[in-house]
Design a binder for this molecule. Structure first.
Ligand code: SME
Length: 171
């Protein structure tokens, strides 16, 4: 399915508008997965994995759309998801069957893209997309998803900055 760059831009505009008034990173992630799943139905699984603050070597499943996955916690040493964090860069797999790192969620998945989310210069999580088509993700999908990751990362960064500048309360 060929998307126009204006389709991607429209989604990004809505995500940025929502981010400007979102009450939490989780509500922004919920909004983003639901918007992407609705507008880009060939993105068959759309979800977030975030690093566990209590165990930064572990990714934890966040808001998602698509089939239920057994992979609710993924060590950063495992899977395509772990590879994107370990390498601190986007990983695109055109044919998951030929990639030994791949952890299966659905038998129908043929290709996958995982894009890290950065806040304060560090990777804090990622967006993971699966498709039932082989080699579904090209350079435009990659740029679009990297922009989405930047919207979430910027939101997290500014909410952390607000939290650390807030005066300590008495309890
Ligand atoms: N395929 C991923 C695991 C996550 S599920 O696809 C939702 C991986 O290889 O890390």
């Amino acid at each position: 399915m060929k998307m126009q760059s204006s389709d991607f831009e429209a989604i990004l505009c809505q995500a940025r508008d929502f981010a400007a008034k979102a009450e939490s990173a989780e509500s922004l992630q919920e909004f983003t997965v639901s918007l992407i799943a609705e507008k880009l139905p060939h993105y068959n699984w759309v979800g977030f994995y975030m690093l566990d603050p209590a165990d930064p070597q572990m990714l934890v499943l966040g808001p998602f759309r698509g089939a239920a996955t057994p992979h609710v916690r993924i060590p950063v040493t495992q899977g395509i998801c772990g590879a994107a964090v370990a390498q601190e860069q986007t990983v695109v797999v055109d044919d998951v069957a030929s990639d030994p790192r791949y952890l299966a969620c659905s038998l129908e998945t043929r290709s996958e893209i995982v894009v890290p989310i950065r806040a304060g210069g560090k990777v804090v999580g990622e967006i993971d997309i699966d498709s039932h088509a082989q080699a579904a993700f090209g350079s435009e999908d990659r740029s679009f998803l990297e922009e989405c990751a930047a919207v979430i990362g910027t939101y997290i960064e500014s909410s952390e900055a607000k939290r650390s500048s807030r005066p300590m309360s008495d309890g």
